[in-house]
Design a protein around this ligand. Structure first.
Ligand SMILES: *Cc1c(COP(=O)(O)O)cnc(C)c1O
Length: 252
């Protein structure tokens, strides 16, 4: 029998693996939503591609991923330029890692959301760059107080809030945090609860022109707990991209 040119081609091992992981991730998100009386549409899965080779990112896009997270500004820009053109649906790029002020102008045109606004100076820089749209920003909060983490201390943010909320050139879409990495995801729950409570407190103090509706929290190890605590954006990398078959190539 002659093989048909297209349909007889078996899916690659890479595609099969990513497809299974992508589906499984959605099932886990749906289950966590169901447990906490939330709708799955309330949670945006940001696929963190920072360690993923380009071939794997392309596969995930072809499987339907549209929200992609990068931690390095330069890589976000390079990949956005390369992949925006070929993607079947509009891609939304999320910057999740530290942004130096001198790279801000590079990233702003490509980023649908900047999750890692970790200082007043960066916030002001981003406001000064906003021209034809209000870039959606998340203020990163260091809830755990670990020295290795960046972000506003909760008390610092409370004090700065009236001033930040007056800045109409950007959209403060919400808050972002990272929990402490531990074996037991339940230990992250108080961190996530505190981020949500802080958001509620700031909103009660006066939102100004800002939606303040988003909570970016939860990674591969703790996203289910984060969803139960109210996450609107989860940032998931290794669950999707760890230990890929060699055909994917090396991460850049
Ligand atoms: C890398 C990274 C993630 C994804 O972490 P995984 O544990 O690989 O899911 C999420 N958020 C930030 C800020 C990151 O740097």
């Amino acid at each position: 029998m002659t093989a048909l040119p297209n349909s007889a081609t078996p899916p690659s091992a890479l595609r099969a693996l990513l497809s299974e992981r992508w589906e499984r991730l959605h099932e886990r998100v749906q289950a966590a939503c169901a447990r906490s009386g939330r709708r799955a549409e309330e949670v945006t899965i940001v696929a963190v591609t920072k360690y993923a080779p380009l071939a794997a990112v392309r596969e995930l896009i072809s499987l339907g991923a549209t929200h992609l997270g990068e931690s390095r500004p330069q890589q976000l820009v390079t990949r956005a330029r390369e992949l925006d053109a070929i993607a079947p649906a509009a891609l939304q790029w999320h910057l999740i890692g530290h942004l130096q002020r001198n790279k801000a102008d590079l990233v702003v045109p490509h980023a649908a959301m900047i999750h890692s606004v970790d200082s007043e100076r960066l916030f002001e820089k981003l406001a000064s760059l906003a021209v034809d749209r209000r870039p959606p920003l998340l203020l990163e909060v260091n809830i755990t107080g670990e020295a290795s983490k960046s972000g506003f201390a909760p008390e610092e943010l409370r004090q700065l809030w009236p001033q930040l909320a007056q800045e109409a050139r950007v959209e403060i879409a919400g808050l972002m945090t990272m929990a402490e990495q531990t074996e037991d995801p339940q230990t992250a729950r108080p961190t996530f609860d505190r981020l949500r409570e802080l958001r509620d407190e700031l909103a009660a103090a006066g939102r100004g022109p800002h939606s303040l509706g988003s909570l970016s929290m939860g990674m591969s190890g703790d996203f289910e707990v984060a969803i139960e605590a109210g996450a609107t954006h989860i940032r998931v990398g290794s669950t999707l991209f760890e230990n890929l078959p060699v055909e994917a190539g090396d991460p850049e």
